[in-house]
Design a binder for this molecule. Structure first.
Ligand SMILES: Cc1cc2nc3c(=O)[nH]c(=O)nc-3n(C[C@H](O)[C@H](O)[C@H](O)COP(=O)(O)O)c2cc1C
Length: 379
């Protein structure tokens, strides 16, 4: 009897943990469910991706693993942080190529997160020092940056005219085409965290009276026009979207996040996207997990395709989310940043390197970027 029980236990121990089971994401065969979350690193000097990103991303690549590149500007008004990459010029497209190639050489699947900050910007980031664009002309109050030291000042935005909006939709579409030209397998539309798309989605920011403001349908119109244009251009099976209905970053809250999120996932169902990626309600403040009664479950249930979650996950929590079918994929941000071999460490249940918040956004091409040790080096 004892032998049988021992044998059973041994077999269970040999089973891969839920996070390390394969998953078919549309046409992409993933070998596991641990995804590199999009992480802005501010090391793309002059908005051009740099050669040091080759090592950074390839360190975090596994065969059959999905990586999402850091938020990448879609046009020359998209920027609001120093040294973040773009994908609107030929030079930027060319600069991404060796980075994408390095990820592919190790068998990774690589999506580019396409981004416009909207009003989370100031004159110094804008062409001709013009005002940043937004759904609104309401400005943001200055805030301490994520490093806890610098204070970000924001310029009052200019409200986009109705007839200008298709140009911005087109910039997202062109950025997606450019990403495919650079070799990316797909794009993730950044519809989260208080940036331009969220400035339309959320009723505490959007104060428009045209067809892009007011009702839920109108506030979601801009996001869905982008989804539509990008899907038509590169194929819906290469398109993901990130949403954070419950978050309140950059003064972008909503009075009814549940209704907003449900409206969006139901509208997204008809596209057959590669995935829908949602940020946990517990990530209400930047980088801090809070106790929270809300969950992503209603969205998971309503969404018919691949569902990815992010926000405050560790090994156990991620395994539970997959085992309980609350998610197909789990994106890891800070701990993947600090543990280039995160899937390996999860497999072995090995201890993790601690992340150092102070080096998240420094410009150094090595420190806090490619110098986090691998397991072999620490043991
Ligand atoms: C350094 C840093 C940069 C980030 N940059 C982005 C970004 O470019 N795009 C994005 O959607 N989220 C960004 N995030 C949020 C992460 O993708 C992730 O949702 C967040 O860190 C919570 O997940 P975690 O608890 O696994 O870190 C960033 C977070 C950090 C810490």
């Amino acid at each position: 009897m004892g032998d049988i029980a021992d044998e059973k236990q041994k077999q269970e121990e040999q089973q891969p943990i839920p996070l390390l089971t394969p998953y078919q994401m549309g046409k992409f065969q993933l070998s596991h469910r641990i995804v590199l979350a999009p992480l802005t690193r501010q090391r793309s000097y002059g908005n051009v991706p740099q050669p040091h990103a080759i090592l950074y991303y390839s360190q975090r690549t596994t065969k059959g693993g999905l990586l999402i590149a850091e938020a990448t500007g879609v046009n020359n008004t998209a920027q609001g942080y120093p040294e973040t990459p773009g994908i609107w010029t030929k030079e930027q497209i060319e600069a991404w190529k060796p980075i994408v190639d390095a990820v592919h050489a190790k068998g990774g699947i690589f999506f580019c997160q396409i981004w416009h900050v909207g009003r989370v910007s100031n004159y110094s980031f804008q062409p001709n020092e013009q005002a940043p664009i937004s759904s609104t002309d309401k400005g943001l109050v200055p805030k301490v940056r994520a490093n806890g030291i610098d204070v970000a000042e924001f310029a009052p935005p200019r409200r986009l005219k109705t007839e200008e909006i298709p140009e911005i939709v087109n910039d997202f579409k062109q950025a997606a085409i450019n990403a495919i030209e650079a070799g990316f397998d797909g794009v993730e539309i950044h519809g989260a965290h208080g940036y331009l798309i969220e400035q339309f989605l959320k009723d505490q920011v959007n104060d428009r009276t045209d067809k892009y403001g007011g009702s839920l349908e109108n506030r979601c119109r801009f996001a869905l026009e982008i989804v539509d244009a990008v899907s038509n251009a590169i194929g819906a099976d290469r398109v993901g979207i990130r949403l954070s209905p419950f978050a309140n970053y950059c003064e972008a809250g909503d009075s009814n996040p549940l209704a907003l999120g449900l409206y969006m996932v139901e509208a997204l169902n008809k596209y057959g996207l590669a995935y829908c990626h949602m940020v946990e309600p517990r990530m209400i403040t930047v980088g801090e997990k809070v106790e929270c009664a809300d969950s992503l479950l209603p969205f998971r249930k309503a969404y018919k395709g691949t569902f990815m979650v992010a926000g405050g996950y560790d090994r156990e929590d991620g395994n539970r989310a997959v085992a309980e079918n609350r998610a197909d994929l789990v994106a890891y941000g800070r701990i993947f940043l600090a543990n280039p071999d995160l899937p390996k460490r999860f497999e072995l249940n090995a201890p993790l390197n601690k992340y150092n918040r102070e080096t998240f956004y420094i410009l150094d091409p090595v420190i806090g970027y490619t110098d986090y040790p691998f397991l072999e080096a620490t043991s």
